[in-house]
Design a protein around this ligand. Structure first.
Ligand SMILES: [Fe+2]
Ligand SMILES: [Fe+2]
Length: 470
């Protein structure tokens, strides 16, 4: 088991103090990170005591410690899952070779690109969510938002550690650039589109943590298989934090659905009672699910194939599959060619993105199944829209399909858009419900049901954030 240095300036389990140059470089990056956090982290809550968990060890049993912390004092650290000295490469052209502890020259650029792209999403989501605290539905939810935010900040540290340690000067420059880009800024946007979309209301936040953070989970699962062992170990530990983000999203939407279902059961109109109608929830789902599908890239991808061939990035839980080389056989892919949808067979490595996306879609469906249990008696069913609908990446990008996947004209799509996606009126309604924060311990906004239980065994009415200091 690795030792965790908690009292270092940068908490870590990578024996940072044994590499003075690296330690100095990271300590020089740290003030820039803190300046970024203060400028772009949760607006107006930096001085509040917040009941947060902090990583103190990486073993499954007890890595988390809960206490009141002011967010700028959160102990952002560098934690890697413990190494497995016997670990072998599990896929691609180097199948069966020992994993790498250094970056092979031929893979330097693609590995750096993968790490930078992952790293960029972490601060981006903090920026997207920075105004949400002011409209929180409860202190419990506010605390969960801040927990997600500080952990995304830690994920940035995880990627910056790899850049500084293994990629020399280029890596240091990339680490600096991660603090310079800004979500939604036209001049210096974040790299991936879903991370430039504004998150201005809590429904969008819960949808984002359900669908977009779940993309993160599947990217991390794919990178956790990497032949570059420090990346694999970093991602393994990040996944333990990511599980909480999935929980926040899934139970968040679930509680909104529950509140609406309660009103329906009593024969009341959700909208007249300040809750969110089910069809409106479906439109938010349609939006966030489809922008998240775009994050998996094109159905047929030479980049995906070369990442797989090189051993850089696998399919999630690669051991579930029988064939880890993917040199034989064919994968079936639906493509849009010459104005129509055709089924094509492609070399299976070219369809690795699709395999990852499929695992993601199954996981999303499992989230919907839970919500559907709450509304089945009302004859409603949440559905994942067709992967042809509302796409900006891949074979269906820019084309017009309805959520069932039927081709429709441009004019029909625009006419029916308010049926498919959150309209201006939907957004105005949702925001109107959240005009004021709910900040008394144990009270909840009218549009959301209380949670089944509190955090870390604390009661629902625990003061998760000391609001008075805001
Ligand atoms: Fe993250
Ligand atoms: Fe996350």
């Amino acid at each position: 088991m690795s030792t965790v240095s908690l009292n270092d300036k940068i908490p870590n389990n990578v024996d940072l103090s044994s590499d003075k140059r690296l330690q100095r470089a990271l300590e020089q990056w740290q003030p820039g990170f803190l300046a970024w956090w203060k400028e772009m982290g949760p607006d107006g809550f930096q001085a509040c005591d917040t009941y947060l968990r902090t990583a103190i060890s990486v073993d499954a049993g007890g890595w988390a410690h809960f206490d009141y912390v002011k967010m700028p004092d959160y102990r952002w650290g560098i934690f890697l899952a413990d190494p497995d000295d016997e670990r072998k490469i599990g896929f691609g052209d180097h199948l069966g070779d020992p994993v790498w502890n250094e970056v092979p020259g031929e893979y330097r650029n693609p590995l750096r690109r993968l790490i930078v792209t992952q790293g960029d999403t972490e601060p981006a989501s903090v920026e997207q969510q920075r105004q949400l605290g002011k409209t929180c539905p409860s202190l419990y939810d506010l605390r969960n938002l801040f927990q997600v935010n500080v952990e995304e900040g830690r994920h940035l540290w995880a990627m910056v550690y790899l850049l500084h340690t293994y990629f020399g000067r280029d890596g240091r420059e990339e680490a600096e650039a991660l603090l310079q880009r800004r979500s939604g800024n036209p001049d210096k946007p974040r790299i991936l589109e879903a991370f430039n979309e504004p998150i201005e209301d809590w429904l969008s936040f819960f949808m984002f943590t359900t669908f977009t953070d779940r993309d993160g989970k599947f990217q991390l699962l794919s990178l956790a298989e990497s032949a570059f062992d420090p990346l694999a170990r970093t991602c393994r530990f990040m996944l333990t934090e990511e599980a909480h983000h999935m929980f926040v999203g899934q139970t968040g939407v679930g509680r909104v659905v529950q509140r609406t279902a309660e009103l329906l059961r009593g024969g009341q109109d959700p909208r007249a009672n300040g809750a969110i109608p089910l069809d409106m929830l479906q439109r938010y789902l349609n939006f966030w699910y489809t922008v998240s599908l775009d994050l998996f890239g094109s159905e047929v991808s030479t980049n995906g194939a070369s990442y797989f061939a090189g051993g850089l990035k696998a399919r999630p839980k690669e051991e579930r599959f029988a064939d880890h080389r993917l040199l034989d056989g064919a994968a079936r892919v639906e493509l849009f060619e010459d104005g129509r949808i055709v089924a094509r067979e492609v070399q299976p490595r070219l369809a690795v993105n699709l395999a990852t996306r499929k695992a993601y879609q199954e996981d999303c469906q499992a989230a919907l199944d839970k919500w559907n249990k709450l509304v089945a008696v009302h004859g409603f069913e949440f559905r994942l829209p067709s992967e042809r609908f509302h796409r900006s990446v891949g074979t269906f990008a820019g084309l017009f399909f309805d959520p069932e996947g039927r081709a429709i004209s441009d004019a029909e799509f625009h006419r029916r858009a308010p049926e498919f996606l959150p309209s201006e009126a939907d957004q105005a309604y949702v925001r109107s419900l959240m005009a004021k924060p709910v900040s008394a311990p144990g009270t909840f906004a009218n549009w959301i049901a209380p949670p089944a239980r509190g955090i870390n065994g604390r009661p629902e009415d625990f003061e998760y954030v000391r609001w008075n200091e805001a």
